[in-house]
Write a protein that binds this ligand. Structure first.
Ligand code: ADP
Ligand code: MG
Length: 333
């Protein structure tokens, strides 16, 4: 009998820096103490998997050279795409258990990609793992997502959030103080996300056609964009990149009131300039912000549903998950 092995990939919550990664901007996510664990044994030339979190049994032969997005069950698309990216020939038989809600903006898809990548023997750097996983996500879904999810999960650091420069691909760990709670609250499953996400990527590209890379542009430049939608998208991205810098400084300086204010301001920008929130999420953000001890709240993830995240005094929020900053994707011995 071959040895039973295990890999674990955390989910992530993005504290600030939303819809900035695909224009090479700044993001500030943290890997969390919820994740996806794959328990498996080595198998020659096949991947056979089941999951607690999704119906069906996956069986594909290796090397995989089909179209990942036609694989059934559908969740196997991510597995097939990752195995194709890695050119895997040595497979596995196993079972997936996860406590990340799928489709809620906590990156269950990137956790799945990183977990299967490690299980298939990937032995490069966390950055290389995240880049393979991002390409796999593109192949599996056709959605042109940025690098944040995969890189924050591959390169997570216990006790820290990570400031990621999505142009230079540097990852700078920042301590998450233990005298605040980070609380995640699930609001609703996402709707429309795939197509609207691609629309936002295209709208930012239109803005960049006018004023150059948004990561380098200023609010003065934004004034030169005559098209309303592209102008608002650009304004969000430029302000949001600055919010990441300001949030990191406020957190490091222990100014949680300011850090929370920046999060709530970021939510308003996602609602008004980027049009990715929903009335239900806006209500939830307002409700949490009215609770004593809450410093700030925002939607987190791509939007159109999903989760909100708040920072607050310890114990101030009892409805939701208090998440702690965790290590990145890893083999478990
Ligand atoms: P998010 O990454 O925000 O959770 P996505 O829509 O990007 O949302 O990814 C969710 C999809 O990832 C699910 O529909 C499923 O196909 C796949 N997935 C995630 N976690 C699991 C799991 N534990 N088992 C099987 N499939 C999963
Ligand atoms: Mg995802």
């Amino acid at each position: 009998m071959s040895e039973t092995l295990r890999v674990h990939a955390p989910g992530r919550v993005n504290l600030i820096g939303e819809h900035t990664d695909y224009t090479g901007g700044l993001v500030f996510p943290m890997a969390i103490d919820r994740g996806t664990t794959l328990t498996y044994t080595a198998a020659d030339g096949v991947i056979e998997l089941t999951s607690d979190g999704a119906p069906g049994a996956l069986s594909i032969s290796l090397p995989f050279d089909g179209e990942p997005n036609t694989v059934e069950p559908h969740w196997g698309s991510y597995i097939a795409a990752m195995s194709a990216e890695l050119g895997a020939t040595q497979g596995l038989r196993g079972h997936i258990v996860s406590d990340i809600p799928a489709g809620a903006g906590l990156s269950s898809s990137a956790a799945l990609e990183c977990a299967i990548g490690l299980a298939l023997g990937f032995d490069g750097t966390p950055l290389e793992l995240s880049q393979a996983a991002q390409r796999a996500e593109h192949r599996a879904t056709g959605v042109p997502t940025g690098i944040m999810d995969q890189l924050s999960i591959a390169a997570g650091v216990a006790g820290h959030a990570t400031l990621i420069d999505c142009h230079g691909l540097s990852v700078t760990p920042h301590v998450v103080p233990d005298d605040i709670d980070v609380v995640v609250k699930f609001i609703a499953h996402r709707t429309l996300e795939g197509s609207e996400y691609a629309d936002r990527v295209a709208e930012c590209a239109r803005a960049e056609d006018k004023i150059g890379p948004l990561r380098l542009a200023t609010l003065d430049d934004v004034g030169r964009i005559t098209e309303d939608i592209a102008r608002r998208r650009a304004r969000h991205v430029i302000n949001e990149n600055q919010r990441v810098r300001d949030f990191a400084a406020a957190l490091a300086g222990g100014d949680y009131v300011e850090a929370g204010r920046i999060m709530t301001e970021g939510h308003a920008s996602l609602r008004d300039d980027f049009d990715v929130s929903t009335p239900q999420m806006d209500d939830a953000v307002d409700r949490l912000n009215a609770i004593p001890g809450v410093f700030g709240t925002r939607m987190t993830g791509g939007g159109f549903g999903g989760c909100i995240v708040a920072i607050c005094q310890p114990g101030a929020l009892t409805d939701g998950w208090v998440v702690s900053p965790s290590a990145g994707a890893r083999r478990v011995h």
